[in-house]
Design a protein around this ligand. Structure first.
Ligand code: MN3
Length: 198
């Protein structure tokens, strides 16, 4: 992704209902067509008022000291990334290279998943849980508030989970833990492995 002003809403890589029953079609419609579109519109509005930002790649806006720029740039990029690392249920399979990397840095895949779930649950309010790699290729789990992006800390995302209530409330209401656990079934592990290798 190397998007620049003016920004467009990227299409979902699958139909709204593709992630059912884990994420329902109505949630995807509202999340992509309304929330994600809203970040695109608000980023265009904010950058329109700051001409000096108009030629910059979106990643350079994540640390902006203008809140509307920072929050909406993260909102646009994070959601594009999130759609891309999901796929229809039950088709996911952790490839050898990713498995080796997860075992090296977490011991076991189950341990990685437990840490990731705990991080997602511990984030108070809105934010994201991430699996990231640092410059040396070492993997770690972190969470960020709001639409903050790990690249600001020099970490490259390879997996992300949106834990804003808008991502799950229609189906899961207050049960964030159920959403987080069910979500593993729609992770596109092939894509995650590609990101690991990139
Ligand atoms: Mn969201």
């Amino acid at each position: 992704m190397n998007k620049m002003y003016p920004y467009d809403l990227e299409k979902l890589p699958y139909p709204h209902e593709a992630l059912e029953p884990v994420i329902d079609a109505q949630t995807m419609e509202i999340h992509h067509d309304k929330h994600h579109q809203g970040y695109v519109n608000n980023l265009n509005k904010a950058v329109e008022e700051h001409r000096e930002l108009q030629g910059k790649p979106i990643e350079e806006l994540f640390a902006s000291d203008i809140p509307a720029v920072k929050n909406n740039a993260g909102g646009v990029w994070n959601h594009d990334f999130f759609w891309g690392i999901m796929a229809s249920p039950g088709r996911g399979h952790i490839g050898d290279e990713l498995l080796t990397a997860l075992e090296k840095d977490f011991g076991k895949v189950e341990e990685f998943m437990a840490i990731f779930e705990a991080e997602a649950m511990a984030r108070f309010g809105s934010g994201w849980a991430w699996l990231v790699k640092d410059k040396s290729g070492k993997l770690s789990v972190m969470s960020t508030a709001n639409q903050d992006n790990p690249m600001v800390e020099g970490k490259m995302p390879i997996l992300a989970l949106d834990i804003w209530e808008h991502a799950y409330y229609l189906k899961y209401q207050n049960r964030r833990a159920d959403y987080v656990k069910a979500w593993w079934d729609i992770v596109n592990w092939e894509k995650v492995e590609d990101l690991l290798k990139s």
